[in-house]
Write a protein that binds this ligand. Structure first.
Ligand SMILES: Cc1ncc(COP(=O)(O)O)c(C=O)c1O
Length: 399
């Protein structure tokens, strides 16, 4: 066969079905309000943008070193020390085209056929598919609404096998907005102490978008001994509103970073040079710019939760970070719209909501949790209210 077995196993994103339909409707002239976006509607700070323009004007636009510009790695190293009290010299750091590439580099350079990776569901859409692309086996550990999506450590113990290579944790979480508590992290650290071969990929891409500031926040801060088998993943997309700039970084043991650099050198060479220079300035932003961002997001979250509570049958969770909420639509499953269309599952719910009310949301099954939907409040307050009103009309028409 021409195509690889690996690609055969990778499932196309259900998210793209909704975004393709949304694009089609837009082309037909419909005004779509999207609560599906995984990015903020805000623009990066002025100094980040002017730095990029200055770099282009000065012609500092050649390939960067594979591991990243030295000045950016130094700034990342300082950030990790100042904000996270963790020492990572620059040769323990890799700069890539987004956190996504950091994760892919790590998995591709460590997974052998049949190796297992524990992923907590609901999960970010790309984790299981990346694991499969690397020849590994995703092992899904469900977390539930009752515990507000904290990790069930008893279940974690049971899912660990001799083949477990990685545990991926993501806090603040996409899609639930859950922030793992220090108790949860402490219990995970205890389990991992008994399983010395398992590594942890700690995806902290929403680190700054955290409304509850537990301390310590990070599994390495909880258990220093784990540092030699933890990869921290972070980036500029979410906290700095720099999604399209494609800039992320990883910090971890030197031997892992070295292997990841081999992959990067033979695949993308290095992250975008212009974005890297601007990234240095981004890391110098004062705390006040983040508190402004958090104030905006908290306000939007409050509005969305208030509006959602007006919708009969929609059961929401308690988000503590990121910019998503993840309500259950179980109440509507199996019920009918007025024209007889049956809401068979979350995908049908999302498609019909889009077709009938021009509101785009993401089906929970994309994140491994069916009969839920992910709503992003990365949009203006007036659009949140309008979209929620339309969603209420839609839900009220299901009987
Ligand atoms: C949980 C999580 N991790 C990683 C990423 C990757 O982000 P980026 O590649 O833009 O840095 C995303 C993007 O949506 C995400 O939601």
């Amino acid at each position: 066969m021409f195509f690889s077995y690996k690609i055969k196993d990778v499932t196309p994103s259900k998210t793209s079905m909704i975004s393709d339909l949304a694009s089609k409707l837009k082309r037909e002239g419909k005004e779509i309000i999207s609560m599906a976006a995984g990015e903020l509607d805000l623009s990066p700070e002025k100094n980040i943008k002017s730095k990029a323009i200055e770099v282009i004007k000065n012609g500092n636009t050649k390939y960067a070193p594979v591991s990243g510009l030295e000045e950016l790695k130094e700034a990342i190293s300082r950030k990790l020390m100042d904000e996270n009290s963790l020492s990572y010299p620059t040769d323990h750091i890799i700069v890539s085209n987004g956190g996504k590439q950091v994760i892919y580099n790590a998995l591709v350079s460590t997974i052998n056929p049949g190796d297992e990776v524990i992923i907590i569901s609901p999960y970010w859409v790309s984790y299981p598919e990346m694991v499969k692309l690397c020849g590994g086996v995703p092992k899904i550990l469900k977390s539930d609404r009752e515990s507000n999506y904290q990790i069930n450590v008893e279940k974690l113990k049971k899912i660990i096998s001799k083949k477990t290579k990685w545990l991926i944790i993501n806090s603040p979480n996409n899609p639930t907005g859950t922030v793992y508590s220090p108790e949860t992290l402490r219990k995970i650290a205890e389990i991992l102490t008994e399983h010395s071969k398992i590594w942890v990929l700690s995806d902290e891409i929403y680190e700054k978008l955290n409304f509850i500031h537990h301390s310590p926040r990070n599994i390495v801060n909880i258990q220093k001994a784990l540092k030699k088998r933890v990869l921290l993943v972070n980036g500029f997309s979410k906290s700095y509103c720099m999604t399209g700039w494609r800039l992320g970084y990883g910090a971890g043991p030197k031997r892992l970073i070295r292997s990841m650099l081999k992959v990067q050198s033979q695949s993308t060479s290095a992250a975008n040079t212009i974005a890297q220079f601007a990234g240095v300035d981004a890391l110098e932003l004062s705390d006040s710019s983040f508190s402004d961002l958090l104030t905006i997001l908290k306000r939007r979250q409050k509005i969305m939760l208030k509006e959602i509570q007006k919708i009969n049958g929609l059961l929401t969770n308690r988000p503590e970070g990121a910019f998503y909420i993840f309500p259950s639509i179980n109440f509507f499953i199996g019920k009918k719209l007025m024209d007889g269309t049956v809401i068979k599952d979350d995908l049908v719910f999302c498609k019909e909501l889009l077709k009938r009310k021009n509101i785009a949301v993401v089906p929970g099954s994309s994140f491994g949790e069916k009969n839920c939907i992910r709503l992003s409040y990365a949009l203006k307050a007036k659009d949140i209210i309008l979209a929620c009103n339309k969603m209420k009309e839609f839900c009220d028409s299901i009987e």
